[in-house]
Write a protein that binds this ligand. Structure first.
Ligand SMILES: [Zn+2]
Length: 202
């Protein structure tokens, strides 16, 4: 009988270049919060990136991106208000869970599969080339994409829907967090101007 876990334990897909640090063109080296090494330690972590069309050049550029280890992500989400956590939980159970929990048959097996998955909004199905702003997120273990959780893409409309689920108190908490840890070059700071984008952390 085939051992189910044999299939799951293969090393998987190396970090797709789309998830590389845009400044270094290398995989993210450390958790942006606790500075734990990510690749060498085999840590579990997630990467989020937001792309937005540059109004001057017309090119889609990474506006904001970070890697955060699961320990730190958990601490942040635990700081959310109970109401926000309940809202997020409901939204993801209803809208997202089926889309990102990969049944074995639909698990991406190559970087090409990943790009295909990220070529349209995971929630509305809208193609990426029709979006001026979108976000991608993926879960990783060390140097590999964790394909048990499918990477997903969300267009700006769906990103707004998620922000609307969060209480003002939670938005304040997240802004404190982003102010403290996610500061960067001026382009990154501009990012927090209206309309604000925040880490989603699912
Ligand atoms: Zn961390």
């Amino acid at each position: 009988m085939e051992n189910y876990y044999d299939h799951r334990s293969h090393r998987g897909i190396e970090i797709p270049r789309l998830f590389y640090d845009s400044l270094t063109h290398q995989p993210f080296a450390r958790c942006q919060v606790c500075e734990k090494q990510l690749v060498e330690t085999g840590a579990s972590y997630m990467i989020e990136k937001v792309f937005r069309k540059n109004v001057v050049s017309g090119r889609i550029e990474s506006q904001y991106e970070f890697a955060i280890c699961f320990d730190c992500a958990l601490k942040l989400t635990q700081s959310y208000s109970e109401e926000s956590r309940a809202n997020l939980q409901r939204f993801f159970n209803e809208e997202v869970a089926d889309l990102i929990n990969s049944p074995a048959a639909e698990r991406p097996e190559s970087e090409r599969d990943v790009l295909e998955l990220l070529s349209h909004c995971s929630i509305t199905g809208k193609p990426v080339n029709e979006l001026d702003e979108y976000q991608i997120a993926g879960h990783f273990n060390g140097g590999y994409l964790n394909t048990d959780m499918r990477p997903f893409m969300m267009g700006a409309g769906s990103m707004d829907d998620v922000s609307d689920l969060l209480s003002n108190k939670t938005l304040d908490e997240i802004d404190d967090f982003t102010g403290k840890f996610l500061t960067g070059p001026p382009e990154f700071r501009d990012f927090f101007k209206s309309p604000k984008r925040r880490p989603i952390l699912v």
